[in-house]
Design a binder for this molecule. Structure first.
Ligand code: IMP
Length: 434
């Protein structure tokens, strides 16, 4: 560990995102001293319901709503204009955001309009082979970071010296744009836009590793808020149908500037069934009325893009793999109530591939697309689980389902979330307490 005895918590999605992280993070954020985003960008979509108010967050850490110190770490790619719009919207809802409760890593790479352009151009050109990205420029921005030509938050304080960096960036992008019959980047317009937005971003910019070091020394509890899910991880996910960052818990340390021991309790958020937005393999996908019903009951439409999510039964093989890869200490099971009223429910316990039984998800895209799920069927439950706040509130069959899930994924359940409301949560083990 990192020398501190107060537990930190790292929240990650253990499927393809949209597991209901927003509510869990919000619930934990109310007891944390700092909330840190460490990867992704405004491709994420978190919905928080507090009392009568619904907040929609994409880029800002969920702690912002509770007034908890909220930090955007260096592992995030930051669209300054999206940031400004989101801050203004939240301020309009009465949320206070200042440099007291909000900080952005000054070494965070920026998403520029040219990244959004390229994301869109590539997706359109790919036709049916498209990734199905959120169109926010996430992939191209990460490419420029790794290609060492990104413009970063700290550069906004030195725009007069930006020419050499712009040369490098534009040489790369102009060549790509030419391939799509697009005009070169308008450098003057880009510089003007950056000049205009710079003071807004810079008021929050600082070396956040230093701020985090200070709050950790003071014994603060840090909550690391992951975006997307392990199956969208650029290394471990369903490559190439993934996002462009590491979504696993290990990214929390590198993406914020704290050591690997600081991630603490890793809470994997797991939906009681499976969904996916965008293209790519999905072994338990249901293209029938059961899938339709899961989508309707679960309101499965993307927060960011409004796209309809693909739905299917719970896949224990995938979640077991995610939990292992991310070192998940315990899971939060969400949206159990979506399964209320089904006569029978199914869980995928293995795959069949070319006549062989497999207990893991293979790496090759063709194999991932070809695996056939092997199901275990259980009786469903007719009572509602919505709003349950203790095990005793759950129907016996629902308890059996949860127990079977934790057995198959070889990871204990720490929390069960039974509605979007903060208080509708069954706490089995408090992640903040060692
Ligand atoms: P990108 O992150 O916009 O590049 O999109 C890459 C893939 O990740 C696509 O399949 C998106 O649908 C998916 N994705 C990105 N962010 C989210 C999210 O927050 N929830 C679910 N899927 C996401």
């Amino acid at each position: 560990m990192d020398g501190c005895h107060v537990a930190n918590v790292t929240v990650i999605g253990a499927q393809w995102g949209d597991e209901g992280k927003g509510k869990i993070v919000d619930w934990l954020a109310s007891r944390a001293d700092a909330v840190v985003r460490f990867q992704g960008g405004h491709n994420a979509g978190h919905t928080l319901v507090v009392g009568d108010t619904t907040y929609k967050l994409s880029l800002l850490p969920s702690g912002i709503v509770t007034g908890t110190l909220s930090i955007i770490g260096n592992g995030v790619v930051l669209d300054p204009w999206a940031l400004k719009a989101e801050i203004e919207k939240l301020e309009g809802q009465g949320v206070t955001i200042s440099d007291d409760n909000f900080a952005i890593a000054d070494n965070c790479p920026l998403i520029l309009p040219l990244h959004r352009d390229l994301d869109g151009l590539r997706e359109t050109a790919a036709g049916s082979g498209k990734i199905g990205t959120t169109g926010r420029g996430i992939g191209p921005a990460y490419e420029d970071k790794v290609g060492r030509r990104a413009i970063r938050v700290c550069d906004l304080a030195h725009l007069d010296a930006l020419e050499p960096q712009l040369d490098r960036l534009c040489a790369h992008h102009d060549a790509l744009r030419a391939g799509f019959d697009q005009p070169p980047v308008d450098r003057e317009a880009l510089l003007d836009e950056l000049r205009e937005i710079a003071p807004f971003v810079l008021q929050y910019a600082q070396p956040v590793w230093k701020r985090l070091k200070k709050v950790r020394k003071a014994g603060a509890r840090v909550l690391f808020e992951g975006a997307q899910g392990v199956l969208l991880d650029v290394d471990h996910g369903t490559y190439p149908f993934v996002t462009s960052s590491n979504t696993v818990s290990g990214a929390a340390a590198a993406g914020s500037g704290l050591g690997p021991g600081s991630t603490g309790f890793v809470l994997g958020i797991v939906k009681a069934y499976t969904t996916r937005v965008g293209s790519g393999p999905f072994p338990t996908e249901l293209n029938d009325e059961v899938g339709q019903r899961l989508g309707e009951n679960g309101h499965e439409f993307g927060t960011v893009t409004g796209r309809k999510r693909r739905c299917g039964w719970f896949d224990a093989v995938l979640v077991r793999q995610s939990c292992a890869i991310s070192g998940v200490t315990g899971i939060a099971l969400t949206k159990l109530d979506v399964l209320d009223g089904f006569e029978k429910v199914k869980i995928c316990t293995g795959y069949r591939l070319n006549g062989k039984i497999m207990d893991y998800f293979p790496s090759h895209a063709a194999d991932q697309a070809a695996v056939e799920p092997i199901y275990e069927e259980m009786d469903g439950w007719q009572e509602t689980t919505a709003g349950a706040r203790s095990w005793a509130d759950l129907p016996a069959q629902a308890i059996k389902y949860v127990q079977r899930v934790q057995e198959l994924i070889e990871t204990p359940v720490a929390l069960i979330s039974t509605s979007p409301e903060r208080e509708d949560t069954i706490l089995v083990r408090d992640p903040f307490v060692d």
